[in-house]
Structures are given as C-alpha cells and as structure tokens.
Unconditional design. Structure first.
Length: 59
C-alpha cells in the first residue's frame, strides 16, 4: 500500500511540474517580443546629457 501512495504522489508532482513548465513556456512566448522591444528601445534611444554636477573649466 505504501508503494502505491508513493507512486501517486510522484505522479502528482510530475503532473504539477509539467503544468508549471507549460505555463512558463506560454508566458515566455507571449512576453518575449515585448521584452525584446523594450530592451532595444533602452539600448538604442540614447539621449546624451551633461551630468548636473559637471562644471566647465577653461584653461
């Protein structure tokens, strides 16, 4: 009887793991394009500015 309970628990854990992996893969597929677009915009849209503490000094 104990072996049967262990097998049921193992099967339940494996099924839950499979469901979780499927959910993660689904979320990855949905969000991949959005994340890449955001990352590229942060990298490519550079707006150079002087630091507020910068002081111009002449020689």
């Amino acid at each position: 009887m104990m072996i049967h309970v262990g097998l049921d628990l193992s099967s339940e854990i494996e099924a839950k793991t499979c469901r979780t992996l499927q959910m993660v893969q689904s979320c990855h597929g949905k969000n991949k394009e959005v994340v890449l677009r955001r990352l590229l915009s942060l990298v490519c849209d550079v707006k150079p500015e002087l630091h507020p503490n910068y002081r111009f000094t002449s020689n």
